[in-house]
Design a binder for this molecule. Structure first.
Ligand SMILES: Cc1ncc(COP(=O)(O)O)c(C=O)c1O
Length: 389
């Protein structure tokens, strides 16, 4: 067997692996509490399902334009204007098979061999792998729990070299729920503009923000940063449409055209009837998101109240968005892989080791599961910690 160097350098997705192991254990009849999931636990809303069914029944099952059907792209343009204060034309929007696909495409379009891509740590596991697949070099910007896991202008400047091409920003973030404020983003934007660095702004969790904190889109800050920013978003997390595979990006015309061209020669259009379903998703108003946010916030508040009682071993930064909490486990004396493996084997609780997110002293708990499961899982973790020290 002679695999390409590219294939040999890519690591498998840790999040997908653990989720698969937990699912296998459930099939074997084990009472697993799964804190691994990266997807909302509520069903896709009926209005979306119905739109997909009608589209199929009406024969909307053929190829569409690669970058998406015009009515969906127009709806995305409207959404970006209303929700994010962004002015784009439909030609600047490319719809793809998930935000992951949008991200993959844009790295292919922006990154050449030897280009450096700045990635704040902790990071979503796929960024460095996508950069490597594009031939680029990931350069990690360290952050810490004490700094609220946010990059500072000083740290950003320290990591910039002549080869720096792109900065990846993810707010609200996976895995730690960080939400950057307007002033913080402005300082980062100034540095990007000054150094002509592109910013890939992954805003996939924008609808899940707690405590009334404002979501600010990088590209909305000024015309200068808008020219350098690629805004990535999708339907998976906001509408519980993870399996449908639909995401999009908005960028300068030239970038969008290049992305569409790459997509022409890989997947072509995202699934026709899923695009119709996504169009129907936009009919869900603010009340829908208020309800989703309220549920996630209740769970977050419960989790932190329980974790506070385990402070002998665990510490955390209270998440401000998304549905994950990133927990420091250093005081247990285990690294993240040993912690996750033992907890799964001994207590049937599945969570994700922080190693693949760039932090081996942390584990990620997803609270995209019912309150009942959260209670059971935390009871088991507390009990287990009692036995280790
Ligand atoms: C930060 C981040 N970006 C992008 C994605 C990809 O989402 P999609 O399902 O739209 O491909 C995920 C999914 O877990 C994510 O956590």
């Amino acid at each position: 067997m002679s695999l390409s160097k590219r294939a040999q350098e890519v690591s498998p997705s840790a999040t997908l692996q653990i989720t698969a192991t937990a699912k296998r254990m459930v099939k074997e009849g084990k009472d697993v509490v799964a804190f691994g999931a990266g997807e909302p636990d509520f069903d896709t809303p009926d209005v979306i399902k119905s739109a997909a069914i009608s589209a199929i029944q009406s024969g909307f099952t053929k190829y569409t334009p690669t970058s998406g059907i015009p009515e969906l792209k127009d709806a995305i343009v409207k959404k970006l204007k209303n929700d994010n204060g962004l002015d784009y034309t439909a030609g600047c929007v490319v719809v793809s098979c998930g935000a992951k696909h949008s991200l993959y495409n844009v790295f292919q379009v922006l990154v050449d061999a030897g280009d450096e891509v700045l990635i704040p740590v902790p990071y979503w596991v796929s960024y460095p792998e996508m950069v490597k697949l594009a031939g680029g070099t990931p350069v990690f910007i360290p952050t810490s729990l004490e700094e609220d896991f946010k990059i500072t202008p000083k740290k950003l400047r320290q990591c910039i070299s002549k080869k720096t091409k792109v900065l990846v920003l993810n707010s609200p973030s996976n895995p730690c729920g960080v939400v950057y404020r307007r002033k913080e983003l402005e300082a980062i934007a100034d540095i990007c503009v000054e150094n002509n660095i592109y910013c890939i702004s992954d805003e996939i969790y924008e609808k899940i923000i707690f405590d009334g904190i404002e979501n600010v889109s990088m590209a909305s800050l000024s015309d200068k940063i808008k020219k350098l920013t690629v805004t990535v978003n999708g339907f998976s997390k906001s509408y519980s449409m993870t399996g449908w595979r639909l995401g999009y990006l908005a960028a300068e015309d030239e970038i969008a055209k290049a992305v569409s061209c790459v997509q022409d020669h890989s997947t072509s259009n995202p699934t026709s009837f899923v695009q119709k379903a996504a169009l129907a998703a936009f009919s869900l108003g603010p009340a829908f998101f208020d309800d989703v946010r309220r549920k996630f916030q209740e769970r977050r508040d419960y989790i932190v109240s329980r974790l506070d009682k385990m402070s002998r071993f665990l510490s955390y930064k209270k998440p401000e968005g998304a549905f994950y909490i990133f927990v420091n486990i250093k005081k247990t004396g285990m690294d993240s892989f040993a912690f996750a493996k033992r907890l799964l084997e001994e207590k049937y609780v599945a969570l994700i080791p922080g190693g693949p997110f760039g932090c081996n002293d942390y584990v990620r708990i997803s609270f995209a599961t019912s309150m009942e499961k959260i209670k059971t899982g935390l009871d088991r973790i507390e009990e287990w910690l009692g036995t280790i020290g």
